[in-house]
Write a protein that binds this ligand. Structure first.
Ligand code: R2B
Ligand code: URA
Length: 313
């Protein structure tokens, strides 16, 4: 057996439920206090193991309202005691991100784009580490533009690819580009697909997701304040993306996948497609239709969590 297969066997055979969340920074252990500035939490002023030690599922999404809705929804779905309306924002001392804890589920907002989610993920992963959490599964619940999919289709990401369709995340560190892999956990993705088949009205596919640093020109849109290419150029680019297995485009999956992978966290990206980008650029569906589409990743992930917790067969 080659060393790579041996390596894979080794990690597959470890019991994930007992695996602590790891950080990959030797300097952290030498710090007397760690201030999670953007979450308004600190290892000195908060008892993080007591507050968060039982977290098993972390759901992140762009909008603070949507993540509050999700916290209330999962509260009802898990039939937890207390009033779902009364969930409180753990990060209320800052307006950068919001965070709700509902039983073993943490629901957090991340804003738009790679820099915003990346800051939140650094502090979230440190939080889970300081809290000594084990066997945590992370989900990004989001929206996206679809490629050749009916609006409302949910895409569970196979690989997060960059604008050149490569499964990698590039970041400037100390003036040099470093490249990290963006493969996500296949077992969790397949389990989510299985969950979708047990639900009605959640059409779901597993496919590649393209992550861009812009919503307009960066996603080949013709309707931004600037446009440096033609309609034909746009269609040719989207066709190439489609041929590379891309079925949706959003703005956070690559750094999410890269950070989960480096820290040994099982992660999944679950985004609903709001439109078919081969047919247009503007999001024309009504408010109610969009609201229902945005609930689909929540319903799917909630079913996954309920199954894992033994609430449904
Ligand atoms: C999906 O939707 C947002 C842009 O509208 C962005 O955060 C994303 O990834
Ligand atoms: N989010 C994106 O990033 N792109 C879309 O087209 C829709 C939502």
């Amino acid at each position: 057996m080659d060393p790579i297969s041996l390596n894979r066997m080794g990690s597959d055979h470890k019991d994930y439920t007992k695996q602590r969340v790891q950080v990959k920074n030797p300097y952290l252990a030498t710090m007397e206090e760690d201030i999670l500035y953007h979450l308004s939490l600190s290892t000195k002023t908060h008892n993080l193991p007591e507050m968060f030690g039982d977290v098993k599922f972390v759901c992140v999404g762009g909008s603070s309202n949507r993540m509050k809705d999700f916290a209330q929804f999962i509260h009802q779905e898990l039939e937890l005691p207390g009033n779902p309306e009364e969930v409180t924002d753990i990060c209320e001392a800052t307006d950068r991100y919001c965070m709700y804890k509902v039983g073993p589920v943490l629901s957090i907002s991340h804003g738009m784009g790679v820099p915003s989610i990346s800051i939140m993920l650094h502090e979230l992963i440190k939080l889970l580490h300081h809290a000594q959490c084990c066997g945590v599964v992370l989900f990004r619940l989001g929206t996206s533009g679809g490629l050749g999919l009916a609006p409302g289709t949910v895409v569970v990401t196979d690989k997060a690819v960059d604008s050149s369709f490569l499964p990698q995340f590039e970041q400037m560190v100390l003036g040099k580009v470093i490249t990290r892999s963006t493969e996500l956990d296949q077992g969790v993705a397949n389990e989510l697909l299985q969950c979708s088949s047990e639900l009605q009205h959640i059409p779901t596919v597993i496919a590649n997701t393209m992550c861009t640093d812009d919503f307009y020109e960066g996603q080949g849109r013709l309707d931004g304040a600037l446009c440096s290419f033609s309609h034909e150029d746009k269609l040719e680019y989207l066709r190439k993306a489609y041929e590379a297995g891309v079925r949706n485009i959003e703005m956070e999956s690559s750094v999410f996948a890269a950070m989960c992978s480096v820290c040994g966290l099982k992660g999944a990206v679950v985004c609903v497609a709001l439109l078919n980008r081969f047919e247009g650029d503007q999001i024309t569906a009504s408010h109610d239709v969009l609201a229902e589409y945005q609930q689909r990743p929540q319903v799917l992930v909630s079913h996954f969590i309920k199954k894992r917790l033994g609430h449904v067969a």
